[in-house]
Write a protein that binds this ligand. Sequence first.
Ligand SMILES: *[C@@H]1O[C@H](CO)[C@@H](O)[C@H](O)[C@H]1NC(C)=O
Ligand SMILES: *[C@@H]1O[C@H](CO)[C@@H](O)[C@H](O)[C@H]1NC(C)=O
Ligand SMILES: *[C@@H]1O[C@H](CO)[C@@H](O)[C@H](O)[C@H]1NC(C)=O
Ligand SMILES: *[C@@H]1O[C@H](CO)[C@@H](O)[C@H](O)[C@H]1NC(C)=O
Length: 362
Amino acid sequence: MGVLAFPLFLPLLWRLIVVNASFPTTLEGPFKPVTVPFDNQSYHGNAIDLPDTDPQIQRTVQGFEPEQVSVSLSSDYDSVWISWITGDSQIGDDITPLDPESVYSVVQYGIEGSQMSNEEVGYSLVYNQLYPFEGLQNYTSGIIHHVRLTGLEPSTLYQYQCGDPYISAMSDVFYFRTMPPSSPTNYPHRVAVVGDLGLTYNTSTTFGHLLSNHPDLLVLVGGISYADMYLTNGTGSDCYPCSFDESPIHETYQPRWDYWGRFMQPLVANVPTMLVGGKHEIEPQAEDQIFVSYSSRFAFPSEESGSSSSAYYSFNAGGIHFVILNPYTYYDKSCKASTLLFIIFIFDSYSPGFCISILSIQ
Ligand SMILES: *[C@@H]1O[C@H](CO)[C@@H](O)[C@H](O)[C@H]1NC(C)=O
Ligand SMILES: *[C@@H]1O[C@H](CO)[C@@H](O)[C@H](O)[C@H]1NC(C)=O
Ligand SMILES: *[C@@H]1O[C@H](CO)[C@@H](O)[C@H](O)[C@H]1NC(C)=O
Ligand SMILES: *[C@@H]1O[C@H](CO)[C@@H](O)[C@H](O)[C@H]1NC(C)=O
């Protein structure tokens, strides 16, 4: 949708396939940086959102069974976060938030091939997206669970199940591989960085490319669900400001986030995925709250990396140290951050020669 709808890295992805037959891994490098001009012949026009009726985005679980499962990294290889949602969301005039304490947050896990005899307990929450305006509908989420696993071995495949074992509501078994230890000689094989993923038919193409290339780590940069291209009544548009200039606030249709979580589960339940908020995740609502859905649905290694906000955090992936900076949050009384560039530094903290920085102006 919109100008930035296409995955920024798809052209590069295709070029690599054509040139090298398969993706090189970082261990085959170092490579000279490659810049590929944007192929505006193949990538013009608007991407079309998956409709509400698409089978891949339906709620298929019963009761309080987990759905929208994802794994993300903590600050180092020995720890990850597992996140999921239980219970159904509600939207409309008469909504009652679920009690987050009513369902336990438990992950059972072990090294692949052994018993899942380790157990970790986490916390749960619900969030609301409220619009104090006549005619607009409010949303309250299902129960969102986050559990941090610790004491993990490096470069090791783990299997896990999440849910509430006391009500027999456990998920399927999923797998994740931990990052290698942080040193100048250890790197994840493949790191996929994708911007503006959205939830369109073209997202399906990118999703397929990602799955088949088995990344060790996925970094998703802003433009995640595009729920902010919709009114609260579920009417969407390719161009929000052109279509909905009457609306008293920039509305969203939060069920799109649930659709996105279901669609992405086969990938993000098995590949550690780090999110970087962008302008589509701001989603202003009552009492001037912003980024509520983004920061509630996913876990971030903020506390572990000494940050008080999901807008800023850092983590190690082998010899790479990622620093994530969200430019859409005030960071200084005198400077509105949204006038800045959107910057991610991906650099190796050990060897000064290895440095990638990704800039995107939003
Ligand atoms: C594609 O880019 C070229 C070079 O920048 C430009 O001349 C051409 O008009 C563009 N075509 C479309 C369809 O945007
Ligand atoms: C939505 O929530 C706001 C803030 O609590 C409230 O003012 C408004 O009346 C609610 N809207 C509906 C339709 O219930
Ligand atoms: C994007 O999806 C549309 C169908 O909605 C398709 O016609 C188009 O070819 C796709 N674009 C790319 C670059 O795959
Ligand atoms: C949603 O609201 C818009 C603006 O008020 C209106 O034009 C549209 O018909 C509504 N759609 C539905 C499905 O009610």
